[in-house]
Design a protein around this ligand. Structure first.
Ligand code: SF4
Ligand code: SF4
Length: 139
């Protein structure tokens, strides 16, 4: 390792507009580990087993939240377009858009900025903060 900092070492701008785009549309995964499953089940006042069978599915990796037939995350309110479990949303949602896959090259970040209206705008997230978020989950 050269110790050279990556291309985003001066920070990146981000401010979520709450548009809900990243929670909707195309099929994908929203991974949840055991701790998150327990926390969300508790928040919803459900037994863990019931939550797991109603709202998650197996994947090649961790379990994932399921989607509605239109591709929306099951917890995206269809009318308000907001997250129904926002205070305890999973790591993957908390750390977006600072995912490994979005930070490899400037092009990857620019691609996200084309679909997420909050990317590249608003306050600067420092390099240290980005690294902390990026390190929470490998997406
Ligand atoms: S697409 Fe971007 S701005 Fe819209 S809800 Fe997701 S993170 Fe926020
Ligand atoms: S859990 Fe909430 S923030 Fe995460 S994808 Fe679903 S609706 Fe969006």
């Amino acid at each position: 390792m050269s110790g050279r900092k990556p291309w985003y070492s001066t920070g990146l701008r981000f401010s979520c507009t709450g548009c809900g785009y990243c929670c909707s549309g195309q099929p994908g995964y929203v991974y949840v580990n055991e701790e998150e499953i327990g926390r969300i089940a508790q928040y919803l006042g459900m037994k863990v087993n019931e939550f797991v069978s109603r709202f998650t599915r197996e994947t090649h990796r961790e379990r994932s939240l399921i989607e509605r037939p239109n591709g929306d995350c099951v917890f995206l309110d269809p009318v308000l377009r907001s997250c129904q479990i926002y205070p305890i949303r999973p790591r993957q949602c908390r750390t977006f858009p600072f995912w490994n896959s979005n930070l490899r090259r400037p092009k990857d970040w620019n691609d996200v900025c084309r679909t997420c209206p909050g990317c590249g705008k608003g306050p600067v997230f420092s390099y240290e903060t980005i690294e902390e978020l990026r390190g929470r989950i490998d997406i």
